[in-house]
Ligand binder design. Structure first.
Ligand code: AMP
Length: 325
């Protein structure tokens, strides 16, 4: 077994104060992993102080509960930091993580920057929550878990794997998900929180289907402009969810959502099937996973270049491979 897990347990055991950090533009995985690990630590060692301090709020994930109030820098300085689900340190949502010592990185992105004093990175894992579930499973005789913590961990496993349908899902994923479900997760309520949509969101979805574009090579894309966001009364987070509507189109191996941001730049969400697109994301100020990455473009010209790079890449992939759909 990976000896780094023992070092992480040892650091947690000896630290009276622990801070958990995650990435900007929160998602179910980074929220679930930080809240889930906090739940495990507090259930096992109630006397420890464990903080999650993050300014960013998500309406979609509000059901997972509030984070903690900020504390003074002295507390950061005397705390262990555990940063979960963040490949590059500049994407950590609370940059005061650097005051903490030591720093542990737990991540499932392709490794580009081992910024931790201890780095546990397994990019084949379908979610960071799967790693937290694995950590719990290895030390089950020592660690305690609650139903709430298991629900948080399971939430990230579910959302980051697209309900267990992406390539990274393994037998281990399902066994660890089962271990979480065994803690008594209320599946009906959780699925209602995650997958029910209100009327206006479905109208927006219809708009996406009406307006999506495709390239000859097999790339689908949509640009959610500021005007559209105003028309549908969309938060940036709801606008960003457009990406999920473009999956599951036959012959489209890559799909992209461009979302205008407040600052003028355009957020890009890239997804793919069979072909890998992370190196294209890296070319456009981003990165991530083989088939799920993020990037930023700063003009419509740059947007056109990114679409054309993806189109070329998918065309080449299709010519060189069989079995894609
Ligand atoms: P998103 O489309 O924002 O959900 O991102 C998909 C995946 O790529 C997530 O795992 C993100 O953590 C990662 N990612 C998003 N944006 C970036 C970026 N600018 N640099 C590196 N990784 C990113």
């Amino acid at each position: 077994m990976n000896t780094v897990l023992f070092s992480i347990l040892e650091e947690i055991e000896k630290s009276p104060s622990i801070m958990l950090f995650r990435h900007r533009r929160v998602d179910g995985d980074c929220v679930g992993a930080t809240k889930g690990l906090k739940g495990v630590i507090k259930a096992t060692w109630p006397e420890k102080d464990v903080y999650i301090i993050d300014d960013e709020k998500s309406e979609f994930l509000a059901f997972m509960g509030e984070d903690d109030e900020d504390v003074n820098d002295e507390i950061y300085r005397k705390s262990l930091a555990i940063v979960i689900d963040v490949g590059n340190s500049d994407r950590i949502s609370n940059q005061k993580f650097s005051l903490c010592s030591p720093i542990i990185k737990i991540d499932h992105h392709i490794e580009r920057e081992p910024y931790g004093d201890i780095n546990w990175v397994e990019d084949y894992r379908s979610s960071a929550c799967e790693m937290i579930a694995y950590f719990y499973s290895v030390f089950q005789d020592k660690l305690k878990i609650t139903k709430e913590a298991a629900t948080h961990i399971y939430t990230g496993m579910l959302t980051d794997s697209g309900r267990f349908q992406y390539d990274g899902v393994t037998g281990d994923t399902m066994r660890l998900a089962g271990l979480m479900i065994d803690q008594g997760i209320d599946m009906e309520t959780l699925n209602a929180h995650l997958y029910m949509r209100d009327f206006d969101q479905l109208k927006f979805k219809a708009f996406i289907y009406e307006n999506m574009c495709q390239t000859p090579g097999g790339v689908a894309y949509i640009h959610i402009t500021k005007e559209m966001q105003a028309h549908f009364h969309l938060s940036f987070e709801s606008a960003s969810s457009a990406i999920s509507s473009l999956s599951d189109i036959k012959g489209i191996l890559c799909w992209l959502a461009f979302i205008d941001s407040e600052g003028g730049e355009i957020r890009v969400r890239l997804r793919s099937r069979f072909a890998h697109i992370n190196t294209i994301a890296e070319k456009y100020h981003g990165g991530g996973h083989a088939c799920a990455s993020g990037a930023t473009v700063y003009s419509l010209d740059e947007m056109a270049n990114l679409i054309s790079d993806c189109d070329k890449h998918i065309k080449e992939y299709k010519a060189a491979h069989t079995g894609w759909m």
